[in-house]
Design a protein around this ligand. Structure first.
Ligand code: C2E
Ligand code: MG
Ligand code: MG
Length: 318
């Protein structure tokens, strides 16, 4: 086998970057991380602002480690609506970090770090359990939450024992597997397709639904897509944003193409990031099954989502 090795180097200089070996090494290390971030196979000289970034990262990492114990994580729920009936058919659970000093931290700020440090495994398991517990609680209160979906990270997907964990959580919380959906991304699945198919099949056997998130932004092999035991494609926001953008000729062509592709593969198609009436109409006209986005509602705290479910229930009775 041929192996490819790359080298990333960080450089610190005496005396301006440190008075002793320990400091020089520490600073060279910070510079090396920067070199790696810059796509590897390069070098970077140390600058003092690198240290600030490293310290910031360290502070974030330490705080994140404690976030779980201190119960600073919460889930918000964003409704998913059927374009055929207009009814709420489910919700996506989205993690939020409510830091006592920094306020609400968005997942984009801490999920990548959680991935790198491995903390995502514990966070992801908490998310899964909390979403199942909440869905079960809503059902117990006579509400119809529909299918609740949870985002899975790469690390979780590759973790041995994932299927057992999901199965255990379903058992513990008593949630019917049919009311849980797991969202994956293309890159997770396409890396090692055979291994991925085995995991997907295991999850499907539990009875949970599977969907591919942010579809169209990664590298999907169409010939593999056909073989994956998935239920739905989620059209990425960027393609929905193109709808109603003014350029009549190619407006929404990719969204339209993904709907056709999904339906040809007998998959449900969900659009995310729907913000306008024009986008909703376009998607409905082209047969998209479900939508999610600010046009219908932002992700909200569990209490607020329960209110939505209650008013949906009242409307259905009328
Ligand atoms: P995603 O799974 O694609 O989630 C959709 C994101 O789009 C959410 O951002 C949501 O708030 C936002 N969004 C929804 N409707 C609209 C809209 O109409 N317009 C716009 N501009 N944005 C909209 P959020 O909550 O910040 O999450 C970002 C990403 O973080 C998620 O993307 C997902 O990849 C990740 N994430 C969130 N929660 C979890 C989690 O529990 N586990 C893992 N592994 N990842 C998570
Ligand atoms: Mg998602
Ligand atoms: Mg998405």
């Amino acid at each position: 086998k041929e192996l490819y090795v790359t080298c990333s180097a960080g450089i610190s200089l005496y005396p301006q970057d440190g008075p002793d070996v320990d400091t020089l090494l520490k600073n060279a290390d910070a510079a090396m991380y920067r070199a790696k971030e810059h796509g590897r196979s390069n070098f970077q000289f140390y600058t003092s602002e690198m240290n600030e970034r490293v310290n910031e990262r360290l502070a974030l990492e330490n705080a994140l480690r404690r976030a779980l114990e201190r119960q600073e994580l919460a889930l918000h729920y964003q409704q998913k609506v059927s374009l055929k009936t207009g009814a709420i058919v489910g919700a996506e659970a989205l993690v939020r970090w409510l830091h006592p000093e920094w306020g609400l931290v968005r997942p984009a700020r801490f999920i990548p770090l959680a991935e790198e440090t491995g903390l995502i495994l514990r966070i992801g398991e908490w998310v899964l359990r909390e979403a199942c517990r909440q869905a079960r609680a809503w059902l117990g209160a006579g509400l119809q939450p529909g299918v609740v979906s949870v985002n899975l990270s790469v690390r979780q997907f590759k973790q041995e024992g994932l299927i057992r964990t999901v199965s255990r959580i379903l058992e513990e919380t008593g949630l019917d597997p049919a009311q849980l959906e797991i969202e994956l991304t293309e890159s997770m699945v396409m890396g090692n397709v055979d291994a991925a198919i085995a995991v997907l099949q295991g999850l499907k056997q539990l009875g949970v639904a599977l969907s591919v998130d942010d579809f169209g932004t990664g590298y999907s092999s169409l010939s593999y897509l056909k073989d994956l035991p998935i239920d739905a494609l989620k059209i990425d926001r960027s393609f929905v944003r193109d709808i109603g953008g003014g350029d009549e000729a190619d407006e929404g062509v990719l969204a339209q193409a993904i709907i056709s592709l999904g339906h040809a593969l007998h998959l449900k198609v969900v659009a995310e990031g729907v913000e306008t009436d024009a986008q909703m109409r376009f998607l409905r006209r082209h047969g998209c099954d479900e939508v999610q986005g600010f046009y219908y509602g932002e992700p909200v705290a569990p209490m607020a989502h329960a209110k939505l479910l209650e008013s949906a229930k009242r409307k259905a009775r009328r």
